[in-house]
Each structure stands twice: as structure tokens, then as C-alpha cells.
Design a protein around this ligand. Structure first.
Ligand SMILES: [Zn+2]
Length: 93
């Protein structure tokens, strides 16, 4: 009988399944959990909080939420470029 490797598969604690989640600091300096959404998964239009324009269906983008929450209620969908450039193009307050 072959010996089975009992190491558990990597799990994601975030709803929505596996992804490339990572922690980055957000526009306000606090930690955000970040996930890339491929175009094939972008099935609804979203409003990007960075530029206040719509992210069209089928456009790959970024979803981010405060790292100290599970993201169920507080996800934000960003244009990828806007999220990456958030430190240099600061939102006005
Ligand atoms: Zn945007």
C-alpha cells in the first residue's frame, strides 16, 4: 500500500476560492488583501474607487479589501493600473 502524503492542500481563508492573494498597503497606508481578477472572471461592471470610472465586464482588474476583514462586505474593485499607481496618484481628501 503506497504511503500517502498527508500534507494538507494550501487553503485560502478568503471566500471565493484560490487566488493570488497578497497583502499590500493601500491608499490610506493600512494593509489590504489584494487579489487579481482575470478578465474571464470579471462578469460584472464595477466602479473603481481610484478614478471613479467603471471597470467594464471582461477587463482584468484588482480587488482589494482591508486585511483585517474577511472581505465579504468591503471589497473594492480597482483598475489594475490605478491600484499599482495609488501611491503616486493620491486620492484627494
Ligand atoms: Zn479606475
Amino acid at each position: 500500500m503506497p504511503r500517502r502524503n498527508n500534507r494538507p492542500a494550501p487553503t485560502q481563508s478568503v471566500p471565493g476560492g484560490a487566488g493570488h492573494d497578497r497583502i499590500e498597503s493601500g491608499p490610506d497606508g493600512s494593509d489590504y488583501q489584494v487579489r487579481a481578477v482575470p478578465g474571464a472572471r470579471a462578469v460584472k461592471p464595477y466602479r473603481c474607487p481610484g478614478c471613479d470610472h467603471e471597470i467594464a465586464v471582461g477587463v482584468a482588474h484588482i480587488v482589494a479589501w482591508p486585511a483585517d476583514t474577511d472581505g465579504a462586505d468591503d471589497r473594492r474593485h480597482w483598475h489594475s493600473g490605478w491600484w499599482r499607481g495609488r501611491r503616486t496618484r493620491r486620492p484627494t481628501r
